[in-house]
Design a protein. Sequence first.
Length: 116
Amino acid sequence: MKKRAVIIGGGVAGLSAAHLLVGAGCEVTLLEAKPHLGGRIHTITAGAQLIELGAEFLHGESQPMLDVIQAGELSTDTVSTDYKLFTQGRFKPVKLLEKMSKILHRVDIRHPDFSF
């Protein structure tokens, strides 16, 4: 008898689990509440502009992540580190990574995590 699994959530973790289970010969049912798969990874198009509504970066080259991207016939793009801030009706250059680095270096790792 073929093994069956139900996965709750069609985000990256759920899609990765489904991919591995199907590859192992399991019958998989994936449940997702949203009208799209990908969880926080969600891109919309506004004219010719792509707008990210959630997670948008892959940090490093995780082979399991690359396997899921390939299995889903998806693609990735390299993004520029030339950041701009839209303020007062125009774009202004901003050294985002430098600013983030300064903030992160002030974090005391002996205390609990917090948002900033």
